[in-house]
Structure formats: C-alpha cells, structure tokens
Design a binder for this molecule. Structure first.
Ligand SMILES: Cc1cc(=S)c(O)co1
Ligand SMILES: [Zn+2]
Length: 264
C-alpha cells in the first residue's frame, strides 16, 4: 500500500514510469480506473438509456499527444452530444482516445471481475451547459462524462480501420493529420447496458471530475489492428524510439463508492 505520502514525503510518491505522475494523489477519494466487480454493482432502475447524437462533420484531426492518439472534435456548439444515462445535463464530445497494452493479456484501464481487456476506448465529453470551457469543466465534480468501451480480440472492425490507416502518419509525439469526417458511434456497441460510477481522469491532472459510463459489451478488433496501436511512439521524431504501449493507469481503490448498473 503506498500510504507513504504526506506533505514532507510528497516528493517521494511512487511514480508511474510512464507519466512521472503519482500513482495516487493526496486526499483522492474517487480515483480511476477501478475494478468493476459485477456482483457488487447495484442495478438502478432510475438510470435512463444513454442518448448519443454525434455529427460526423464535427471531426477535426487525429494526433499523437505523447500519451495516446486522439481524435478531436469541434466542440464550439452542441453538435455532437450525449444526454440521459446517469447525466443531469447534456455533455459535448471533445475527443476520444485509447489505452492499450504491449500484449493482448492487458491494456484496458478498467477491469471487470479483475479481467483486463487488450484495450479501452474513452470518449471524453464536457458539461457545456454549466461550464464555459472544457478547461474549467475538467476541474469540477460534474464537469466531464467519459464513455468507456472495452476492445477484445476478435473480428476485424471496419470503423476502427479508418483510424488504423491514419496511424503511420502520426507515429511520433505531436504529429497531427486532418481527419474531417468520422462518426465515433461506429465504435460504440449496440447493447445499451452500462455501469456508471463517479471517478477521475486517468492521466494528469487526475482531477475527480468524471462521471464514468462503462459499456458492458466490448467491441471486437483483430490482431493487426491492435498491433497498429503498438507501432506508435511516445517519443518525438529524432528522439530515441519508445513504443507507445502500456499507457494505462494502475487500478485505484474503490473507497466509499458504489458502481451502478443500467441492467439487471
Ligand atoms: C481528458 C482526458 C480523459 C482521459 S480518460 C484521458 O486518458 C486523458 O485525458
Ligand atoms: Zn483515457
């Protein structure tokens, strides 16, 4: 247990090699990711279906930010939004990205009954009804809503292939290419079932501002598509190459939280 933190020992926090950020943050009570113990999740009949309406032309570009690769969207208006589910307001799509492993045995951030998936998709949305900017929403308890989708090894995924085809062009950190039409709903399973809990960003600043909506059903992708993720680099062009793999944060304590399910 790394309970070795406090004001005088803050500088000695065990750091995750990848992000040079503390594995736990002082006073964190709703950190992510977590293990979702299926039998401990509580069915909530008042949870609404999640309503997803994305406008594919809001897609802007795809780039390598040195942690993951992300596809960013024009969030200057309510054109790509989600509403319903556990959410009080509608939230605007800002970007989506993935977390994955060096091998198929691990890679997801959340686990289900302690099982890892080889990768996990995060679709990041922010509460533009209440907050003026994404940056402010990131600091607030109800600021963000992230849909998590597990990727499992299986059939070729047509929709994902469009992203995979763009990866060689963004191999290095800070590389970016234009990506003008893409509908991310093709990456979201048709089954409406999800778990939801109050959590945090899994990369710095690790703020406790995320309502997580984790889809129960994974999507299937094939080996070549997972391998394509693993050919990306954490490093910039000209630096000694470090393959972009294992960009997931270790599991965090559940503490005083309940995971609710939208299904029985
Ligand atoms: C905003 C944001 C959210 C997540 S989940 C992530 O990994 C990075 O940035
Ligand atoms: Zn993420």
């Amino acid at each position: 247990k790394n309970s070795v933190w406090g004001p005088d020992s803050l500088h000695r926090l065990p750091v995750h090699p990848l992000w040079q950020s503390p594995l736990t943050i002082p006073g964190g009570t709703r950190q992510s990711p977590i293990n979702i113990q299926w039998r401990d999740s509580v069915y909530d009949p008042f949870l609404k279906p999640l309503k997803i309406s994305y406008d594919p032309t809001t897609c802007l570009h795809i780039w390598n930010n040195g942690y993951s690769f992300l596809v960013e969207f024009d969030d200057s208006a309510d054109r790509s939004i989600i509403v319903g589910g556990p959410l009080e307001n509608q939230y605007r799509l800002k970007q989506f990205h993935f977390h994955w492993g060096a091998i198929n045995e691990w890679g997801s951030e959340h686990t289900v009954d302690s099982k890892f998936y080889p990768a996990e998709l995060h679709l990041v949305h922010w509460n533009a009804v209440v907050y003026p900017t994404f940056e402010e929403a990131v600091m607030e308890g109800n600021g963000l809503a992230v849909i998590g989708v597990f990727l499992k090894l299986g059939a070729h995924h047509e929709g994902l292939q469009m992203l995979v085809d763009a990866l060689p062009a963004i191999k290095h950190k800070d590389a970016v290419i234009e990506f003008d039409v893409f509908d991310p709903s093709c990456l979201i399973p048709s089954c409406p079932d999800y778990w939801t809990y109050a959590g945090s960003l899994t990369t710095p600043p690790l703020t406790e501002s995320v309502t997580w909506i984790i889809k129960k059903q994974p999507i299937e992708v094939d080996e070549n598509q997972l391998e394509a993720f693993r050919m990306l680099l954490f490093t910039s062009d000209g630096e000694e190459e470090k393959r972009m793999v294992d960009n997931f944060r270790p599991l965090q304590p559940l503490m005083n939280r309940t995971v609710r399910s939208s299904f029985q």
